[in-house]
Ligand binder design. Sequence first.
Ligand code: ACM
Length: 604
Amino acid sequence: MEFDARIDAPLIRCTVTSDRSLAAPVLCFSCMAPIRVVDGGERIAALGGYAEVRLPDLSPGTPHHLTLRHDNPDYAPTNRAWLPLGAYLRSDDGPIALPPLPAGVRPRPFRADGPAPALRLCPQPRGFAPTGGTLKADSFRAAPDLLVGVDALARRTGLGAFLDDAGVPLDLRPNAGCAPEGYRLEITPEGVTLHHRDEAGARHGAITLLTLRTTHGGRLPCGEIEDAPRFEWRGQHLDCARHFYEVDTILRLLDLMALMKLNRFHWHFADDEAVRLDLPRLPELRRTHIRGEGELLPGLFGGGIRSGGGYSRADAERIIAHAQDLGIEVMPEIEVPAHALALARVYPGTRDPNDAGTEVSVQGYPENVMNPAMEESWRIWEAMVADVAAIFPFGVIHLGCDELPPGAWAGSPAAEALKTREGLDTTDDLQGWIMHRLAGRVAGMGRVPAAWEEAARGAQGIGHQAILFSWTGQGPGLDAARAGHPVVMTPGQHLYLDMAHTDDPEDWGASWAAIIGLEDTIAWEPVPDDEPELEDRIIGVQATFWSEFTTRDAEMEPMLAPRILGPAMMGWQARGTPDPGVLSALAQEYRAIFDAMGWRHAMA
Ligand code: ACM
């Protein structure tokens, strides 16, 4: 069996060649956005970007041509990520796999734009006063307690043992004069002194030593390094709902984050397409774990005939424990009230049976919103909050509130009655009412609620000092910060690492927010110059990775590397110091680290 597809913008031209006679098979596949057939078949079913197209009879060895285009005339396929993914044929004899199209970033030649800085380290430290000379350091001899996590990280990532009895002396000195998470390193030809105030500072100092040992060929430059982060929240998000990542992949991502001094993992395991974490109060959600032929949902953003998986509580605990060893907190996200297609299929009582609305989500899904007038919705939301609170020790629980489709609930008599009863005028008011109520439950459990920027909307909004994640840009985050919310900036134009690196049609990735080259990741400033008072409310920055077009774990890696260096700089370094020339030089230097880890990167 052969399957090929290419872009002829705005068209997508596909060719199917069967090795046997097939009577009117159905081609099933998933695209980045809803598609229609121009010629060569008849679309008989669709859900979002997933489509089923009946082909004519196929005879062995005779290519059949099929032409597609997007439903939305404004969308043109821009690169290979827009081609049909997970294609297979449904025939009278059952499903037949088709070979997947070549997927993922093809590494491209990379040229560093600047000379390497004196310390080949990302993020760059606040200060470095060289004293001349170097210290040859194969490993370090230290009282191990505080640094066993770094030693384990060094061994796992292929960077080599960090602690060893034969290593150079590393003297750890608690020092109240250091900033939170900060450290001071004195590197002399005789050894190293590491001043730190807290455990995080000791870890960051050790990671600096580990990195410099690799990037400076085993000889540390002597001098004094003074360092501390700008922001308390330095995050990386991963969408494990659209694509199921193996636990080991997540553990590797946590390792990479630790090397970048990132300290928050935003675990997005619930979305339209699946709720992948096993929640003890909602075991029926396991039905969402596998998608495809014969499953609850077809192969939305799929990997062929059947694909997916779920995370057990033990998996979650493994991820949390691994993260904690690295000083990383794991924030769970549930999706309230929209982006809930799979959940609403499992629990139809979360929708008003009399809802006459025809709203469709941006992804092309109908009926992906839970209805707050249904008791079942509250039972589910409260069960989700209770379960994630029991599993995750971190103090912050993210409630979602992403992309409510315009017109949601407008056709629901029950929602209209609820609005009247509660004195709510608009859809945003109703959404704000839900978020406020649920955030109150979270706050009542002693946790801090969080949500995407939309949760601030409506007469009431989420309130409760919820942490808001600004993603459409910085504007909504700035408004939220002005209104007193703590804010994490994850502007799509700079930190959505699922966006393509370049506009080359041979590249890979989405482009709806922007094309994001390495240097674009730092071409912004989280806090406006003329509003320094917001510096305390904007608590951090975070990179985001959505998985709509990821069908194998490895495809995510070169989307993050080397661009993850950008958010690492933005989260740590002082205002105005991230520098594009230094960033590109460091990307080149970090090849050694990516290669040691076996982390695929986008640099040929
Ligand atoms: C988002 O990217 N819709 C949060």
